[in-house]
Design a protein around this ligand. Sequence first.
Ligand SMILES: O=C(O)CCC(=O)C(=O)O
Length: 250
Amino acid sequence: MDYKAIAREYHENGFGVVSGFVSAEELVVVDRQLRLYLQEALSDLEPGEAYYEDGGSGAVRCVFRINQRSDYFASLMRDPRLIGLVEALYPGAAAEADGVMLIDKAPYATYQFPYHQDNAYQFWNPAEAVAVTLALDEADDRNGTIVCLKGSHQAPILPHQPSGVTGASLGLVEKPDLTRYPEVSLALKPGDLSVHHVNVIHRTGPNRTADHRRNLGFAYHSSRARRDREAHARYQKHLGRINTSIGQDD
Ligand SMILES: O=C(O)CCC(=O)C(=O)O
């Protein structure tokens, strides 16, 4: 795997895609472990760990901090290949794994995650942190894949407000400048990975297909990054008040 090429793309654009990171055989194991987790842990989760589809179907939309209740996922987020990839993005620093989440965009889900920057609620300084997304299903524009704004990781953190969308805590107050930062949809096959910088502006669209669009999101930061603890505590208090959702923030 050419980690250096991925790192170049990541620093230039703010995101990148790695095809075939996980083999079909491995993906079967990941999928089985996920189903087991959902069967066994879901009923015990605390408020804020899982969010469900609106309308009472009981279908899961997001599950956060999966690593905290599953040895398998705690170990997967420290898989040497993932750590190696993140360390290639931030040479000279160690990769610290923060958590694993599941996003399941249900068939024909109409909601969208609005434009946002993950560091609006993660507060890493320097902004050496990355979201690594492992596609469990094929993802593209038809089913609401992640759309990143090229070059927008160079932008400062822009004003955000509560998104009002279950599963997405914040969205940008103003529509970003798409001429300056063009949109790029991350098309992924099962087993592919995407990486997006913690400052990159991104969004997801609706799922217009009859199938689920699931992915696992792994959050990492470099050992040089420090979290602004006060800002983070203020955000968590605020989240408690808006109570619609959470970002993967720890
Ligand atoms: O996968 C998704 O639907 C949302 C991903 C996202 O917004 C994120 O990782 O910050």
